[in-house]
Design a protein around this ligand. Structure first.
Ligand code: PMM
Length: 295
């Protein structure tokens, strides 16, 4: 997906239980209205999700997920808003594409449902492959790494190989470190500090820190109480600007208007790029054979 500016993806969860906006947009009209607002505020894409991925969340079945997302995607398509479908299920992705979605955002990177690669290959659409180790119910047990940056890089490259082998084009692939998915706060900070390693793989990189728990922990009160979800926005903006400065292709956020303002400041200062520093056992950017699809 070629763009000449950092892509802003607005989050629209049509779930009763997502950690930040759960329960707010379960009615189709309210969800479409919010999606249009996100678009007007500067979202290039609105990411529609019908299943919560917060730690510990129980799964819903595919028909429930489809019933939640399809009318919202149809409404947004009618309003001229580009959408991505946030799902790990091939059947849900196929129904969403049919309804007008243009991007698959798969937090499992194709691991949860091996049919997803075929859906992506047939549609020829962008496919976000996020780093993932298991479903939300038990993902915290899987947050064990000797070198999180190298392992996330290698596991994402495995997902890329599987996608390419299934006939997905390299130009369809977008990578995502999967902050908070089978990762502790320390893992998230390490990945943020070395985002250049993923950027160096040559695929667009999406960064999704918005309002996540590790930001709440960073900003905890003196008694250790994490900062409430809705008071993590300033920290989210800082992560988004740093990610874009490190070469991220886009950010997935709840507050699109504030993100657009923050990125306007970044652009006005000449779109400065961070230089990578600490080597940490990972190869230099560009050391792999993957070609850049971004240019
Ligand atoms: N995080 C969540 C859901 N979907 N998709 C991508 N690509 N990257 C993410 O980091 C990501 C995601 C969980 O956050 P939410 O509950 O606010 O949607």
């Amino acid at each position: 997906m070629h763009v000449d500016h950092p892509v802003v993806i607005g989050v629209l969860n049509v779930t009763p239980d997502s950690f930040s906006d759960g329960g707010r947009y379960t009615d189709v009209e309210a969800a479409v209205r919010h999606g249009v607002e996100l678009h007007s505020a500067g979202a290039d894409i609105v990411d529609v999700g019908g299943e919560s991925t917060r730690p510990g969340a129980e799964r819903v079945d595919a028909p429930t997920e489809i019933a939640r997302v399809v009318p919202v995607i149809e409404g947004l398509a009618r309003a001229g808003v580009l959408t991505s479908i946030d799902t790990t299920r091939a059947a849900v992705a196929a129904a969403a594409l049919e309804a007008g979605a243009t991007v698959i955002n798969d937090v499992s990177g194709g691991l949860a449902d091996r049919g997803m690669a075929r859906v992506a290959a047939e549609a020829g659409c962008p496919w976000v492959l996020m780093h993932w180790r298991g479903h939300s119910r038990h993902m915290n047990e899987l947050a064990v790494y000797a070198d999180v940056v190298a392992e996330v890089r290698d596991e994402l490259l495995q997902r890329v190989d599987d996608a390419l082998a299934a006939g997905v084009g390299p130009g369809q692939i977008i990578l995502d470190p999967g902050l908070g998915f089978a990762k502790t706060a320390e893992h998230n900070w390490a990945l943020s500090a070395r985002l250049d390693v993923l950027v160096g793989l040559g695929y667009p990189v999406l960064f999704g820190a918005s309002r996540k728990t590790y930001l709440g922990r960073l900003l905890a009160a003196a008694d250790g109480t994490p900062r409430p979800v809705r008071e993590r926005e300033a920290a989210t903006l800082a992560t988004s600007v740093l990610a874009v400065a490190a070469g991220a292709w886009g950010v997935r956020v709840h507050d699109v208007a504030a993100t657009a303002d923050a990125l306007a400041v970044w652009r006005a200062t000449g779109s400065p790029r961070l230089q990578s520093s600490a080597p940490s056992g990972t190869p230099a950017p560009g050391e792999t054979s993957a070609r850049s699809e971004k240019e």
